[in-house]
Write a protein that binds this ligand. Structure first.
Ligand code: NAP
Length: 308
């Protein structure tokens, strides 16, 4: 069985930062990544609040830079497989990746999040057939056509701003009257002639067999329903943890996010968590990067103590 000083699970901003710091500490490490480095950055059009980029930076550009930053380090082994077993027995951590067992003295979990679903019948079936979680990837399929976006947070509003440049009209559907999104984004949105805000409104059904054909909307104030005919729906109703198989006694919050202290230590010695998978309030690229660096520092301190 191959053994590493540390294993980093995930190659988003948190995982890359952790790997970079560990590599620079001279550790022998492995990094397990399902897809190319970047995580959700690969589905993000632009980041405007990343310090040092006053003009903003495209998600894919930042993802490319993260990948390039890892290149010079030959002490990082890249594993392009999902972790399907993760066993912690005292100080020993054994993981199964692509049918091969590996062991590591420390593990940093940075597997991120995945898009939450509405939970409506037909939703799964129509995903990729009119329903999408990525305006950047799929917006152009609906050029000059009307679409709907659902959600009231920063993701829904930011992606609406992007879509409004491509499509004929965006119906932004939110279940409450108040939006969670930052006021700066909301004021930009309100200035756009081709965006309608549909607050206190929920989607009660998704229509279509092979392709999305429309939505039934319910106005929660009036109790009335209407049919909205369109072929594109972008769902941004938050995230849930994208957790690989995790040890059963790893402490997680009610939403499944991993609990850590401020140094990214979990309740299991030698197991750390960083980035969006962690139980916390502020999920940003910049906080993910900070978590990754902190987790690497804690893992390094842990390894030093282990080896006396
Ligand atoms: P979020 O802030 O959790 O907002 C999710 C939205 O979806 C909420 O408005 C929520 O409604 C609504 N929602 C949840 N479940 C729903 C359901 N079943 N049906 C209908 N609506 C539902 O998620 P997010 O916007 O994806 O953002 C996640 C994190 O990333 C946040 O911390 C956010 O600040 C951050 N983010 C930051 C930026 C940025 O700074 N540029 C950009 C994107 C994301 P309620 O409001 O009623 O709960």
């Amino acid at each position: 069985m191959k053994h590493y000083d540390a294993l980093v699970i995930g190659a988003g901003p948190a995982g890359v930062a952790a790997a970079l710091y560990l590599a620079r500490f001279g550790m022998r490490l492995a990094m397990a990544e399902k897809l190319a480095p970047g995580g959700l950055l690969l589905q993000t059009f632009e980041i405007e609040n990343y310090p040092g980029f006053p003009q903003g930076v495209k998600g894919y550009e930042l993802a490319d830079s993260l990948a390039a930053h890892l290149e010079p380090y030959d002490n990082i082994t890249r594993i392009h497989d999902e972790i399907t077993e993760f066993i912690v027995e005292g100080d020993s951590k054994r993981l199964l990746a692509g049918g091969e067992w590996i062991s590591a003295s420390a593990v940093i979990i940075a597997s991120g999040v995945q898009y939450r679903k509405l939970g409506l019948p037909n939703e799964e079936k129509l995903l990729g057939r009119g329903i999408s979680h990525c305006a950047l990837c799929d917006g152009n399929f609906f050029k000059d056509q009307p679409v709907a976006v659902v959600g009231g947070g920063n993701s829904a509003v930011e992606e609406t701003l992007h879509l409004a440049k491509i499509v004929s009209h965006v119906h932004l559907i939110h279940r409450r009257d108040e939006f969670r999104a930052a006021p700066l984004y909301l004021s930009r949105l309100k200035a756009l002639p081709n965006v309608s805000l549909r607050s206190s409104t929920v989607i009660t059904s998704l229509h279509g067999e092979q392709q999305l054909e429309g939505l039934t909307l319910k106005d929660l104030h009036k109790g009335t329903e209407e049919f909205l005919s369109l072929n594109g729906l972008f769902i941004f109703v938050g995230f849930e943890p994208a957790a690989p198989v995790l040890p059963p006694d790893l402490k997680r919050d009610r939403g499944g996010f991993i609990e850590t202290d401020t140094e990214m230590r979990t309740n299991l010695p030698g197991v750390f968590a960083a980035g969006d998978i962690r139980s916390k309030l502020c999920r940003q690229v910049v906080t993910a990067v900070g978590d990754g660096a902190t987790a690497a520092n804690s893992a390094y301190t842990y390894l030093e103590q282990q080896h006396g």
